[in-house]
Design a binder for this molecule. Structure first.
Ligand code: S3P
Length: 445
């Protein structure tokens, strides 16, 4: 495991990124595909599932609660669900590793079943706030015993029957929204979430796809009211998971900042609640073309052709944050190589991700020669205007896959290379990252 045996790696400039790559399946969709399939009656079949540690933690937890989940030789995943209300008491703790999504969404599922489950995680996950899901789940009748200050390890005792609620999200969080809606699946009546700011809507799309009765209303003040009818029957599905835009982001930024690059990234999910980074990079002057727009697994998808570009700094509208919340570390690297100043704000949530991503990226980029100012809610970065960053390290990845990958791509555009102190966390979301990097930089050809 990453915490026990850190794996340092140095990323040096190795020429343009060219050719074509396919990034692995979307992490958010993969978690939800397994969970909803585990609650359907009958066999669902999933292709393109992300086989990263986070999603495997979800699969293991669902198996521990009675779902039959197997991977076939061709990479298709077969899930025999237990039906809504059919989750079984797990024998031991559910090991969540590094995965906040697994933890928060599964807490939602357990909350309305007549079972008790304990959740454990690594050092990064054990620092992250769970109060944001504990509060609505307790309103629904669940009892949560958290170790200290609402963090892991914790125990959820589900309520049967749970009580339907109408819950206004105090933070823009798709995980909290999803936890409440998933709890609502086995709750009599209608459970609603009021979302003042739209966040990724995979749960809504997929619940409807599995046959749940779900409505989405747009309120006059711009809020969305999402309601699900409980005691639902979910029908098994055949699902094809599109490529993860959050993984494509690292290759898109790398191709933009490394001179001579011309890269095709295939099958990238472009759900509008996820695709904010690509718009901001275009505003910065980045050449990103969408080719062959199509629908995969109910989500808009395209191939992205990304070419090296002279980037300009921009001020990022904080209203865009939810649609690119995981992509700021990659954006900060692009900003460090752009001409002029990039200013970001409204990003307090980045402080409670797998690491404090504002401090981690400010520290990492400064250590390799970038000019960065850290504000309470964002970073202000003065770019090099295309000149390579000096490089350096070792940079602390802090058990955060996205810090590790962001600093890795910064290394590709540096003079002397960037050393990341531990690349093991990359396997949580993007196990093929280094292989694809070798492929695009010609090493394996
Ligand atoms: C996710 C939601 C986001 C995101 C995370 C995945 C999801 O978290 O950062 O990587 O799959 O719902 P928040 O809900 O905490 O914003």
């Amino acid at each position: 495991m990453s915490a026990l045996s850190p794996t340092p790696r140095t990323y040096r400039p190795r020429g343009p990124l060219t050719g074509r790559i396919t990034v692995p399946g979307d992490k958010s969709i993969s978690h939800r595909a397994l969970m909803l399939a585990a609650l359907a009656v009958g066999e669902s079949r999933i292709t393109g599932l992300l086989e990263g540690e986070d999603v495997l933690a979800t699969a293991a937890a669902l198996r521990a609660m009675g779902a039959e989940i197997t991977r076939e030789a061709d990479g298709t995943w077969s899930v025999h669900g237990v039906g809504v209300g059919g989750l079984l008491q797990p024998d031991g703790p559910l090991e969540m590793g590094n995965s906040g999504t697994s933890t928060r969404l599964l807490m939602g599922l357990v909350a309305s079943h007549g079972i008790t489950a304990s959740f454990t995680g690594d050092a990064s996950l054990s620092r992250r706030p769970m109060g944001r899901v504990i509060s609505p789940l307790e309103q629904m009748g669940a009892t949560v015993h958290a170790s200290h200050d609402g963090r892991l390890p914790l125990i959820v005792e589900g309520a049967l029957p749970a009580v339907p609620i109408s819950y206004t999200l105090p933070v823009a969080s798709a995980q909290v929204k999803s936890a409440v809606l998933l709890a609502g699946l086995n709750t009599p009546g209608i459970t609603s979430v009021i979302e003042p700011v739209p966040t990724r809507d995979h749960t809504e799309r997929m619940l409807a796809g599995f046959g749940a009765e779900l409505t989405v209303e747009d309120a006059a003040d711009g809020a969305r009211i999402i309601s699900v009818r409980g005691e639902a029957d979910l029908n098994p599905q055949q699902l094809d998971v599109p490529g993860d835009p959050s993984s494509a982001a690292f290759f898109a930024v790398a191709a933009l900042i490394v001179p001579g690059s011309d890269l095709l990234i295939e099958n990238v999910g472009l759900n509008p609640t996820r695709a904010g980074l690509f718009e901001v990079l275009r505003d910065m002057g980045g050449s990103i073309e969408q080719l062959d727009r199509r629908t995969v697994g109910g989500e808009p998808v395209a191939d992205l052709r990304v070419r090296h570009s002279a980037l300009r700094g921009v001020t990022v509208d904080p209203a865009r944050a939810p649609s690119m919340i995981d992509e700021f570390p990659a954006l900060f690297v692009a900003a460090a190589c752009a001409q002029g100043r990039t200013a970001t704000s409204g990003l307090e949530e980045l402080r409670v991700k797998e690491s404090d991503r504002l401090t981690a990226m400010a520290g990492g980029l400064t250590a390799i020669g970038a000019t960065v100012e850290e504000a309470p809610d964002g970073l202000i970065i003065d770019g090099t205007g295309g000149a390579p960053l000096p490089g350096g390290g070792p940079i602390a990845a802090l058990l955060d896959h996205r810090i590790a990958m962001s600093m890795a791509i910064a290394g590709l555009a540096s003079r002397d290379g960037v050393t990341v102190d531990d690349v093991a966390p990359i396997a949580t979301s993007f196990p093929t990252f280094d292989t694809l990097l070798d492929q695009t930089c010609g090493v394996a050809q």
